[in-house]
Write a protein that binds this ligand. Structure first.
Ligand code: DGJ
Length: 727
C-alpha cells in the first residue's frame, strides 16, 4: 500500500512487512525518513530529522532580496538522507542524476512537483524490466529548479515479498537539447556508518568470489567498465549491519536489471552516514537528450531483510523466478550435452553423430553443437560474423536428423555480437566494428572485434543471418556467447557529440537483437554466456532463463562459484555441466551440476562403465526431483565455503516433502563431531535421509542434524543427501 499524509507530509510505501517512508520538506526536497521493518506511518518527523546544528555554517544567499537565509524547516542541505541529491550545490555527495544545461551549467537540483500512485509496476520501453507481479508504484515528478527538465522517480513495492524497485526517467521539456552526464537508478541514504559490504569479485574461470569487507570512511566503488556486467564484478551487492549473519539481522541486497557498465558507490560521509548510489556507470557516458525526449534508467532491485542474508537471497530468487523471467523461450526439462569441452573445434559429421550416440547412454536429451560449425571456423581466429554452416566440415541436416530420430532435441552456438577480422563479414563491412576515431590500431581479443551494436544496420545484418539459419534448421536451443569485452568504443555511425552514448547504445542493441530472436522463436530455449559467466546479470536473465556460469566446471573451484552465484540468483538459472576435468570424480561433478541446470560436456566415448553408472544414477535424481526441488524449491545456504572447509546447500520443495542437500569439503576433515543441521522442513513430519538411512523428525534434523562424524572426509569428498517425508 502506498499513501500520502498531507498533514505530516509523509509518503508511506509498505507491504505490511517493510516500510519505506519519504518526507516532503518545505523546500520540495524528498527526504528518506525510514527504511526498515514495517512500522505505523510516522506522523511527526521533527524529532527524527534533528541533527547537530552547531557546525553547520551554511546559508543560502538570496541575490534578489539581498538576504541570507537558512532552509525553512531545518533541512540539512549537505547531510539529510535524500531520494535525489543535487549536483553543483553545497551538497557534495554523489548525485544520482547529473545534467548539463544548454547554457553550460552543471547545476542539477530537482524539486518535487507532484506524484501519481499506480496499482502496478510500469514497464520500461527499451530496457529489460520487471515483467509482472503484485506491485504498487509511486511516481514522483520533480522539476529542475532553474530549467524545464523533469525527473520522474519511480518506486515500486512488491506486496508479496520484500522487494523494492527504483528507477528514474529524465524528461527534457526545455526548448534546447541538454546533456545527461550521469543517469544512475537510485540513491539510498542509510542512517549510520556501521555496515559491511558483500560483493562478488572475479575473473575468467573464477567468477563471483564472495568478498565481505567493512565500509569505512570514504568511498568504495564496485563497478564495471568492460562494456558488459563482467567477470570482474557482478552487479549483485549486499550491505549488511555489522552483526547480521545468514539468519539474523538487517541486510539489503541490490542488483540492476542491466547488462552493461554499472557503478555501485558507497560513501561513508564525514557525518557518519552511508550514501549509496547505484546504476549505469558514468565513465565515458554523455547522452544528448533532445528537446521533448525522455531517457529511462535501468531498474534497480532492492531486496530487504531483517532476518539475515538468506532472506535477501530468497527474495531475489523468488523475484527472478516469478517477476523477471519470461514464460517463453523455455523447453520441457531435458538433459543437455554440449560438444565444446569434448572436441572443441575439431569435429566432422561422424564425430558429432558418435557423440550423440554415446551421449544417449548417459541420458542426453538435448544435444548442443558449440563453437566451430560455421564460416571458416576451425580455430578461434576466423569465421565469427559468417553465420552459415561450414558444409565442408559438417552436414548439419544429417546431424539434426540423427538427433531427432533418437528423440533428442538439437541446439546450436552463436556469438552474435562478434566478428573475426578473418571473415567475409569483416572483409565486406570493416566499418561494422567498434573501433577508434582513426581506426589504425584496435584491441584484438581472441582474434576478434566487437561489432558496433549501436548501429542498426549491423543488428539487421546479424539478425537476417540468424533468421535464415533458424528458418532452415530445426533448432531447439541457442547458446548465446560473447567472448570479449569492449575496449575502444568509437562508433563511426555517430557524430562526435554522440560518442558518449555508445556503451549504452551497444547494450540497447544487444537487447534489441535478443528480444527479436526471443519473440520470433518463442520455443527456442536461449542460454546466455560470456566466456563463462562474464554477463551473469538480471538484464540477460530477462530474456534467457539460464546463463552458463563459468568455464570452470570442476567442483574444486565451481562449488564456490555456484554457491556464491546462488546468493543472488536461483539455482535454475546457473548453467552447470559435468565435464572431464581431472580433480574430482564424475559423481562429485554430477552432484554439483545437479545444483544448477545439469548437463554434460566431455568426450562421452571415453567414459568408463562406472562413470556411466554414476552419471545415470544422478540423471535419475535429476528426473525425479530437479523440477520440484531445485528449480521451484527454496534454497538454504547451510555451510559457507568462503568461511570454512565445507560447502553445503539444501533445497526444499514448496510442499516441504522432499529436499536435496549437497555437502562437500575442500580438504581432509579432522573435526571429530560434525552434525549437518538442515532447514526448511516440517517440524513434526518424519523424514528419511539417504545419508545414514535413518528416520527423524524435521525438528530433530533442523536442531540436531545428521551426524556425519563417523566418516573420514577426504579432500573434495562430496555427498548428495535426499531427504524424503515419510507419511
Ligand atoms: C566460451 C564459452 O564459455 C564456452 O563454453 C564455449 O562456448 C566457448 N566460448 C566457445 O568458443
Amino acid at each position: 500500500m502506498i499513501e500520502y499524509n498531507e498533514k505530516s507530509r509523509v509518503f508511506n510505501i509498505t507491504n505490511g512487512s517493510i516500510s519505506y517512508m519519504i518526507y516532503l520538506n518545505s523546500e520540495g526536497i524528498l527526504e528518506t525518513i525510514y527504511f526498515g521493518k514495517a512500522i505505523a506511518p510516522l506522523t511527526d518527523v521533527s524529532a527524527l530529522r534533528k541533527s547537530n546544528e552547531w557546525h553547520d555554517s551554511s546559508f543560502t544567499y538570496d541575490n534578489v532580496n539581498k538576504t541570507e537565509y537558512k532552509y525553512s524547516d531545518g533541512f540539512k542541505n549537505n547531510s539529510a538522507p535524500l531520494e535525489i541529491g543535487s549536483h553543483g550545490k553545497y551538497d557534495k555527495r554523489h548525485a544520482p542524476i547529473v545534467i548539463k544545461q544548454a547554457n553550460g551549467s552543471y547545476e542539477t537540483d530537482f524539486r518535487y512537483d507532484s506524484f501519481v500512485i499506480y496499482k502496478c509496476i510500469k514497464p520500461l520501453t527499451e530496457l529489460p524490466h520487471v515483467r509482472k507481479g503484485n506491485f504498487e508504484t509511486i511516481e514522483f515528478i520533480c522539476k529542475e529548479k532553474e530549467s524545464n527538465v523533469y525527473l520522474h522517480l519511480y518506486i515500486s513495492i512488491d506486496l508479496d515479498k520484500d522487494i523494492i524497485i527504483k528507477s528514474f526517467k529524465i524528461e527534457n521539456k526545455e526548448k534546447n537539447n541538454i546533456k545527461i552526464l550521469r543517469a544512475e537508478s537510485l540513491q539510498l541514504d542509510l542512517p549510520s556508518d556501521k555496515y559491511d559490504l558483500i560483493h562478488f569479485h572475479g575473473r575468467w574461470q573464477n567468477e563471483r568470489n564472495c568478498v565481505e569487507e567493512p565500509l569505512i570512511d570514504g568511498i568504495k566503488e564496485i563497478s564495471s567498465n568492460y562494456g558488459r556486467s563482467s567477470h570482474e564484478e557482478n552487479p549483485l551487492v549486499i550491505i549488511k549491519e555489522k552483526e547480521t549473519n545468514n539468519e539474523y539481522g538487517v541486510a539489503i541486497g541490490l542488483n540492476l536489471i542491466y547488462s552493461g557498465n554499472f557503478k555501485f558507490r558507497a560513501h561513508v560521509t564525514s557525518y557518519k552516514q552511508t550514501h549509496i548510489t547505484y546504476g549505469m556507470n558514468d565513465e565515458d557516458f554523455e547522452w544528448e537528450l533532445k528537446s521533448g525526449e525522455c531517457f529511462e534508467t535501468p531498474q534497480a532491485v532492492i531486496s530487504y531483510s531483517y532476518n539475515g542474508i538468506e532472506k535477501v537471497s530468497q527474495n531475489f530468487h523468488s523475484f527472478i523466478l516469478y517477476n523477471l523471467l519470461s514464460e517463453k523461450n523455455k523447453l520441457p526439462k531435458r538433459i543437455p550435452f554440449n560438444s565444446w569441452e569434448g572436441c572443441f573445434f575439431d569435429f566432422d559429421t561422424k564425430t558429432v553423430t558418435d557423440y550423440i550416440d554415446d551421449g544417449a547412454k548417459i541420458g542426453t536429451e538435448l544435444f548442443v553443437l558449440d563453437d566451430g560449425w560455421f564460416g571458416k571456423r576451425n580455430l578461434d581466429n576466423a569465421g565469427l560474423g559468417d553465420w552459415v554452416v561450414n558444409k565442408e566440415k559438417i552436414d548439419l541436416h544429417k546431424i539434426i536428423n540423427h538427433c531427432k530420430s533418437k528423440g533428442i532435441a538439437f541446439g546450436i552456438w552463436f556469438e552474435p555480437e562478434m566478428i573475426n577480422y578473418d571473415s567475409d563479414l569483416y572483409r565486406s563491412h570493416p566499418e561494422f566494428v567498434l573501433s577508434n576515431a582513426d581506426n589504425k590500431t584496435i584491441s584484438c581479443i581472441r582474434h576478434q572485434f566487437h561489432l558496433d551494436f549501436s548501429n542498426a544496420d549491423v543488428i539487421e545484418n546479424i539478425y537476417n543471418q540468424m533468421k535464415a539459419f533458424l528458418d532452415e534448421y530445426e533448432i531447439d536451443y541457442i547458446k548465446w556467447d560473447c567472448n570479449r569485452i569492449i575496449c575502444e568504443h568509437y562508433s563511426n555511425k555517430y557524430p562526435s557529440e554522440k560518442q558518449g552514448e555508445i556503451y549504452h547504445r551497444v547494450i540497447l542493441g544487444y537487447y534489441k537483437l535478443l528480444s527479436r530472436i526471443c519473440d520470433e522463436y518463442p520455443n527456442i530455449l536461449i542460454e546466455g554466456c560470456a566466456s563463462g559467466g562474464g554477463r551473469f546479470d538480471l538484464g540477460t536473465l530477462f530474456y534467457t532463463p539460464q546463463i552458463w556460469a563459468s568455464d570452470e566446471s570442476d567442483p574444486a573451484v565451481r562449488m564456490e562459484i555456484n554457491y556464491n552465484t546462488s546468493i543472488g540468483y536461483p539455482l535454475s538459472t546457473i548453467g552447470a555441466h559435468v565435464n572431464a576435468s581431472p580433480i574430482t570424480n564424475y559423481k562429485t561433478k554430477a552432484i554439483l551440476a545437479l545444483f544448477g541446470t545439469y548437463g554434460y560436456e566431455m568426450n562421452p566415448n571415453k567414459l568408463t562403465k562406472e562413470e556411466i553408472d554414476s552419471l545415470s544414477e544422478i540423471a535419475d535424481v535429476y528426473h525425479k526431483y530437479h523440477k520440484s526441488v531445485i528449480e521451484e524449491g527454496t534454497l538454504y545456504h547451510l555451510l559457507d565455503p568462503n568461511k570454512s572447509n565445507w560447502m553445503a546447500m539444501q533445497s526444499v520443495s514448496i510442499d516441504k516433502s522432499v529436499s536435496l542437500c549437497v555437502c562437500m569439503n575442500r580438504k581432509k576433515e579432522w573435526d571429530r563431531y560434525r552434525f549437518l543441521k538442515l532447514k526448511g522442513l516440517k517440524k513434526d513430519s518424519k523424514y528419511l535421509n539417504s545419508y545414514d538411512n535413518t528416520i527423524q523428525t524435521g525438528e530433530y534434523l533442523m536442531n540436531i542434524g545428521i551426524n556425519m562424524s563417523n566418516e573420514w572426509c577426504n579432500e573434495f569428498d562430496c555427498r548428495l543427501i535426499i531427504i524424503t517425508e515419510q507419511k
